[in-house]
Design a protein around this ligand. Structure first.
Ligand code: NAP
Length: 489
């Protein structure tokens, strides 16, 4: 076991939606990796639940491939599968729940984690039935996947209904971006070094950019995505959470509520965007046919099987501002989209330029220092500095990065965000999970933007697949005399 993998008490992890995409691609491989690291105690169980009529062996057979892809040796996979079980249940029907409750009840002292990896429409049914069988008591915890609602009202309905059976301290609203190594590192960089924090304010920071770009289109998730769109799918949760980690005041400790209190203050300080200013501060786009990764790809509307009327945005760029002392006047440019040229998630903190240049014009231009925190694909941090070009030839300036790719620097593959977060739930540590009031504050900011778009009757601007969104997104930042970060290597 590594020093970074402290042991946890035996637990049961029940995955509702255990046959679904998220379970197979992320949750089961994450548990398997923790198992390989010696972190899953004997007598712990992982229980898949879905409607499909499978027994334990049938389920094990159906997930074996996912574990092979997760890189496990055959004997390790079989050992892990010995701790994996399955129960067929319909969240909406009573049949089978007594048997399920009995099975979970055989280890009453265990931490019990119920991971709701299903459509949010089933959250209430599942929690209700868990409650009726007393499975919400003791060390029980529930994990809610996004999306938590599609606006403030629907988020409140879900939170109220879940809250009837699980109190806030038992409720873990997951945002896997918060489990990423770089986000943890943002905390370490900001609060573990004396270097950055004195500069971390409007006096020294020119602006911040947060980009979450995907090369993929909506693919098979079209039906879900068309009801959501980029603002609900990415900005309201992941991007705002990243913004909070950049902008929050130093918490007094890493205690869960110390961190979450500070994030909440940021969300509440976001400048209101509504019908009066949405046209200046936001850009919506929708991709048309183009090329991605060297292949021609269809447009969004074609992918939706001929629904040619959809006005759902697949791209959004926003100039956000935080109305408080630290950040007054510092724009936070946010951008996310599908079918963009590169798969990249990053936070770029751009510092102000030096007040006066002592160098000759032929030394080259003085560039802004930039701190780039890359979340994917290669997690790492780059600090761009100006240095003298080495060797003879006079004093010529060069802008170069101090580059720390985590995988290269530490020679280890970083654990997937889900590995860390699942174990945090088992430990009962909610620091990296969203509290109910954070979700509400995020919707309070997002709802008026959605309403302004709906009221404008303007369709999203088209952009060609494989480009960085509509030209208006470039204009959004360039009219402030700034440019989007282009170093995406
Ligand atoms: P999915 O592939 O459609 O899987 C849904 C799962 O729910 C299946 O196991 C399905 O199995 C089960 N299910 C459906 N109706 C049920 C019922 N009445 N009772 C019990 N089980 C039922 O969906 P997914 O992609 O895994 O996503 C799951 C949730 O996570 C969604 O809310 C999604 O928005 C969210 N999410 C997914 C991803 C991702 O990468 N996939 C990322 C972030 C968030 P049966 O049909 O056999 O019952």
């Amino acid at each position: 076991m590594t020093a970074s993998s402290p042991p946890v008490d035996p637990f049961d992890l029940v995955i509702f939606g255990g046959t679904g995409d998220l379970a197979l691609r992320k949750l089961l491989p994450a548990m398997f990796h923790r198992f390989l690291d010696g972190q899953i105690p004997e007598h712990s169980r992982v229980v898949g639940v879905a409607r499909e009529a499978l027994d334990d062996d049938g389920y094990r057979a159906s997930i074996r491939n996912a574990l092979v892809e997760a890189g496990g040796a055959k004997d390790k996979i079989e050992q892990f599968l010995g701790q994996v079980h399955y129960r067929p249940l319909d969240a909406r029907k009573d049949e089978g729940w007594d048997d399920f409750a009995e099975m979970i009840g055989t280890q009453p002292d265990h931490v019990r984690v119920f991971y709701l990896s299903t459509s949010p429409e089933l959250f209430v049914d599942i929690c209700q039935r868990l409650g009726h069988h007393g499975l919400n008591e003791g060390k029980s915890r529930v994990v809610l996947e996004k999306p938590i609602g599609r606006d403030l009202a629907s988020a409140n309905r879900i939170n109220d209904a879940v809250g009837q059976y699980f109190n806030e301290s038992q409720t873990f609203r997951i945002d896997h971006y918060l489990g990423k190594e770089t986000v943890q590192n943002l905390l370490a960089l900001r609060f573990g070094n004396a270097l950055f924090e004195p500069l971390w304010n409007a006096e020294h920071i020119d602006h911040v950019q947060i980009t979450v770009a995907e090369t993929l289109g909506v693919g098979r998730r079209g039906a879900y995505y068309d009801r959501a769109g980029a603002l609900r799918d990415m900005v309201q949760n992941h991007i705002l959470q990243l913004l909070c980690m950049v902008a929050m005041e130093p918490p007094y400790s890493l205690a869960p509520d110390a961190v979450r209190d500070e994030k909440l203050k940021v969300l509440r300080s976001l400048k209101h965007i509504d019908e009066s200013n949405a046209a200046q501060l936001t850009v919506r786009g929708q991709y048309r046919a183009g090329a991605a990764e060297g292949q021609s790809v269809p447009g969004y509307l074609e992918e939706l099987d001929g629904d040619t009327k959809s006005g759902t945005e697949t791209f959004v760029a926003i100039k956000a501002e935080i109305d408080n002392w630290r950040w007054a006047g510092v724009p936070f440019y946010l951008r996310t989209g599908k079918r963009l040229p590169a798969r990249v998630s990053e936070i770029v903190v751009v510092f102000k330029s030096v007040p006066h240049s002592i160098f000759n014009a032929d030394a080259g231009p003085l560039a802004h220092n930039r701190l780039v925190l890359r979340l994917q694909p290669d997690e790492g941090v780059k600090l761009w500095l100006t240095i003298k070009h080495p060797g003879p030839g006079g004093l010529r300036l060069r802008h170069v990065p101090l580059d720390m790719s985590f995988a290269e620097a530490f020679g280890v593959q970083q654990p997937d965000a889900y590995e860390r977060l699942l174990l945090d739930v088992v430990r009962g540590n909610p620091t990296l999970f969203m509290r109910r009031d954070e979700v509400e504050a995020a919707w309070k900011w997002a709802d008026p933007i959605l309403e302004a778009w709906a009221a404008s009757n303007e369709p999203p601007r088209p952009y060609t697949a494989g480009t960085w969104g509509p030209s208006a997104a470039v204009a959004l930042i360039e009219r402030d005399g700034r440019t989007w970060n282009e170093d995406t290597d």
